[in-house]
Design a protein. Structure first.
Length: 129
């Protein structure tokens, strides 16, 4: 997210969030616009997660489309919750997402994450338009 902030001309993530909150063009003006924006995010996320889950073993009884849908829903929920939940930092949301995706994929976390007893990390970003 810091890279995204700098790409948008902000010095850091805090400045980027302040700029977003003050930019009224970032706010939806109708229910239809909210649905349209979420659909755009879903259309971007779901094919990527589906490609991932088609290549991994997955949890028993879990299809690739179902795993992709769960991962996309989790990502969208965390993206929203990070904005409104003071106890949920970007890095914690990233760890929760990564841990869940590895579990859905039926994969062991990387050795370095197991050695530290830490959650595996998957770098993700959401580009806001």
């Amino acid at each position: 997210m810091t890279a995204l902030a700098k790409q948008q001309g902000q010095r850091d993530l805090v400045a980027y969030r302040v700029a977003l909150k003050n930019d009224k063009a970032q706010y939806a003006t109708s229910r239809a616009q909210i649905v349209e924006r979420y659909q755009k995010y879903i259309d971007e996320i779901t094919p990527r997660t589906l490609q991932l889950f088609e290549k991994v073993p997955r949890q028993p009884g879990l299809s690739a489309p179902d795993a992709a849908e769960i991962a996309a829903a989790l990502w969208m929920g965390l993206v929203n919750n990070v904005e409104y939940d003071a106890t949920l930092s970007d890095s914690r949301a990233e760890r929760l997402f990564s841990r869940t995706v590895f579990s859905l994929a039926g994969l062991e976390p990387p050795a370095r994450a197991r050695a530290r007893n830490a959650a595996p990390r998957i770098r993700v970003s959401l580009r806001r338009s």
